[in-house]
Design a protein around this ligand. Structure first.
Ligand code: SF4
Length: 183
């Protein structure tokens, strides 16, 4: 019973360990994705695609998200609050508050942030699979395996057990609803 109550607790301020786990997992995912893309293609194509991917992944997460999603999220205005990524703290420094109703726009439209976020996580996988066909190496195979594990870990553990379950926004978050985590 005590465990059940703990699991359903809303965090206005996530523990630092959860923030480090979430951001560490995200940054590792992006870096390994970039390394895998680099190894997947020979000559100039590998470095060029890796740089494009890394810039896109980090910019959508650590610039576009605080500018367009976090400014409309309940954590933006929470006194002494800290969300799972702690990007509410960055958002407060770089932009003004948005309309809470517009928080739903994170999952609306073909270029919405939700799709950008998913693309940053998933795109390295098919590129590395192609890379294994074109330029097989054990290192690339290992990196692909770790990225797939991080992807599975995110959806089976990080979101449901660490992030969304404790999120004060989960009842209005379209992402949580899409994953069935808004209960
Ligand atoms: S419910 Fe999950 S996806 Fe939605 S804002 Fe909270 S932590 Fe982020």
């Amino acid at each position: 019973m005590a465990e059940k109550i703990k699991k359903n607790t809303f965090y206005t301020k996530y523990p630092l360990s959860s923030v480090v786990l979430y951001n560490g997992s995200t940054i590792l995912h992006f870096l390994l994705g970039g390394a895998g893309i680099y190894l997947s293609f020979s000559s100039w194509a590998g470095p060029l695609l890796a740089v494009i991917y890394l810039v896109f992944a980090f910019v959508q997460m650590y610039l576009i998200m605080p500018l367009t999603v976090c400014s409309r999220c309940p954590y933006y205005k929470l006194e002494n609050g800290r969300c799972i990524s702690a990007l509410n703290l960055l958002s407060r420094r770089i932009t003004t508050p948005g309309l809470p109703h517009d928080f739903l726009r994170r999952a609306k439209g073909p270029l919405c942030h939700n799709y950008q976020y998913l693309a940053a996580l998933i795109v390295p996988v098919p590129l590395m699979l192609l890379g294994l066909v074109l330029n097989f190496s054990v290192a690339l195979l290992v990196i692909l395996g770790v990225v797939v594990l991080l992807l599975v870990e995110r959806f089976l553990f990080l979101f449901p057990k660490v992030a969304c379950i404790h999120c004060v926004a989960k009842h209005k978050c379209p992402n949580a609803a899409q994953m069935g985590l808004n209960k």
